[in-house]
Design a protein around this ligand. Sequence first.
Ligand SMILES: [Zn+2]
Ligand SMILES: [Zn+2]
Length: 262
Amino acid sequence: MALLNTLQRELAGLVELLLPASCLLCGRPSASVSLGELCRPCQMAIPPLCSPYCPRCSLPYTAEDGSDHLCESCSRRVPDFSWVAAAGLYDGPLRQGVQRFKYGGQLNLDLPLARMLAQRCESLVRDFRPDGLVPVPMDRRRLRDRTYNQADLLARRLAKIWRIPVASGLLVRCRATVAQRGLKETDRRRNLKDAFVVRTPVSGRRLLLIDDVLTTGATARECARTLRAGGAAEVAVAVLARAPRHGLLIPDNASRSKGGLP
Ligand SMILES: [Zn+2]
Ligand SMILES: [Zn+2]
């Protein structure tokens, strides 16, 4: 029996070596895909964020030729973060990938998604020179149910790529909150008020918050507010995907396609 198991394992290894690797998103085998990567068609189908957008929270506008300007939400209450970098819009294959990574337990998407974010936001992050990556913390009960915090996994991958340490345990949730999905912006704000606390000194530090998706920005706002109130010199945000409109998500096939982040 043991011999049979060993043979089976060796045979599986051999098949893996002989067959081309398949894309972690669409599953198509491709000679140009290396193990643990996304295929070129999937990468091409994930357009980067493009102007015009809000220079603060990266909310994209539908007018193709307008200039960048503060969105209504940022004009009303200026966020405590300086900018939001994202690998792309929360749409199409990126939306699929984030959902599988976040809810579907497909944890091996952490590396290709982190690589895409790192590559697309490289110069922005280098210029900012953060001294720590801060994953948005998950409350204990939710962490127990889901068993992993996707922001944490992402931050660990990004830390290796950018060689910036993860500031683990620096920011923690001090109380449970209800899920933000489906809440209006004002309710999201109320839900998160004083939900985070700074556990280690942040005075004078330049911190980059890491999360999977930015929707209304309420979570990032409250985290940044807490960090700045704790003395952080500057806070910026990097997410895998930026939702196209506050609280509203466009259909999967309505992708936009121009390049460049702020
Ligand atoms: Zn693919
Ligand atoms: Zn904005």
